[in-house]
Ligand binder design. Structure first.
Ligand code: NAP
Ligand code: ZN
Length: 358
């Protein structure tokens, strides 16, 4: 059932899932009028994140149907509210996962609003006015200016779109571990899962001079990982013997895997005091064996996307260093096919929907 919220007077064409079948169909809905703090964005491109699949299929049991996915959005501002000073009509901008936060808690006040306990996301969230949020698989978006970032002129709008979620999600843990300073000492970094998030992690790590090991279930990705993305080493996680040969070699691992998998063998790859950051979000809980933790004084932690301040900073870094995603652009008629292929791990490395079709 379409929601009816006062002030939601603008009709928008989009694409929504109505049930957990995994299929998307055209969907016409309403968005709010452009408020004083809002900007209206004509959406040009939207990346397809694995989180979209988790929502479309209700993997996490939290989907409010109909759901209009999409939180890797780039577009052009077509309208600004009376309080908006940061942006003007015609600006190239991006919107990621955040739609609203409480603005008052310690995290909101400290530019870490992605950790606000009342965070509401770009889709399947509940906005301040009580309406359910609809994402970027749609022609137009109204966003509060606080959650909008500028896309540097040097970045292409299609290949930059996945930076808004995939990019920032791997940028933050690496930044938190001082791996992304211009003078960072070279470290040995592992990237688990060479998909949307993973391939950007490899790019960041290589851009800052680190030694990168890709840990993957797909033998077919080895050549590209090394030749195209510049990875230094490639481990098939299914090859237990090979994994053994790399015990205690890595300083830091980012795990981007979307499905349940074994954490123990990954921990064994870490040096003593090494850190594993889990950013993938499998629907089933994963086992955390204590032995590799206690014998190696290792740390396991997580992280969710990044703040708007960090996202803007990352966009500038990408603009300066020419870091963009490896994408396959699809038309809106191909969304279902792309969702199926993404579920089957058949994408190198991110589908981006050509929403405007210009
Ligand atoms: P993706 O493009 O589908 O990549 C996931 C990769 O995981 C695949 O390419 C595959 O890499 C590996 N993989 C898939 N199934 C596997 C299995 N059964 N066992 C082992 N490895 C498997 O997905 P994505 O868009 O990068 O997203 C990855 C995960 O991060 C999703 O769960 C998503 O919801 C989550 N996420 C979290 C955040 C956050 O803020 N924390 C933000 C965005 C996304 P190989 O072929 O190399 O094995
Ligand atoms: Zn995402």
């Amino acid at each position: 059932m379409a929601q009816t919220t006062p002030n939601h007077t603008q009709t928008v064409s989009g694409w929504a899932a109505n049930d957990s079948s995994g299929k998307i169909t055209p969907y016409v809905f309403k968005r709010r009028e452009n408020g004083a703090d809002d900007v209206t964005i004509e959406i040009l491109y939207c990346g397809m994140c694995h989180t979209d699949i988790h929502h479309v299929k209700n993997d996490w049991g939290i989907t409010m149907y109909p759901v209009v996915p999409g939180h890797e959005i780039t577009g052009i501002i077509t309208k600004v509210g009376s309080n908006v000073r940061k942006f003007k009509t015609g600006d190239k901008v991006g919107v990621g996962c955040l739609a609203a936060t409480c603005l008052q808690c310690e995290f909101c006040k400290d530019s870490q609003e992605n950790y606000c306990d009342e965070v509401q996301f770009t889709y399947n969230g509940i906005f301040w006015d009580g309406s359910i949020t609809y994402g970027g698989y749609s022609k137009m978006l109204v966003a509060d200016q606080r959650y909008v970032v500028r896309v540097p002129d040097s970045l292409p709008m299609d290949a930059a779109a996945p930076l808004l979620c995939a990019g920032i999600t791997v940028y933050c843990p690496m930044k938190d571990h001082n791996l992304l300073e211009p003078d960072s000492a070279a470290r040995k970094i592992g990237v688990v899962g060479l998909g949307g998030l993973g391939h950007v992690a490899v790019k960041f790590a290589k851009a800052f001079g680190h030694h990168v090991t890709v840990i993957s279930t797909s033998p077919s990705k080895e050549k590209e990982a090394k030749v195209r993305l510049g990875a230094d080493d490639f481990l098939l996680s299914t090859d237990a013997k090979l994994m053994q040969t790399r015990k205690r070699t890595l300083d830091f691992i980012v795990d981007t895997v979307s499905a349940k998998h074994s954490i123990g063998p990954l921990l064994e790859l870490l040096k003593v005091k090494g850190t594993l950051v889990i950013v993938g979000a499998p629907e089933k809980p994963m086992e955390l064996p204590s032995f590799p933790l206690i014998f190696g004084k290792r740390v396991v932690k997580g992280g969710i996307i990044g703040s708007i301040k960090e996202t803007q900073e990352m966009m500038e870094v990408c603009g300066k260093r020419n870091i963009v995603c490896d994408i396959e652009v699809v038309q809106t008629e191909q969304i279902n096919e792309a969702l199926e292929r993404l579920a089957k791990n058949d994408v190198k490395y991110r589908f981006v929907i050509d929403i405007a079709g210009k």
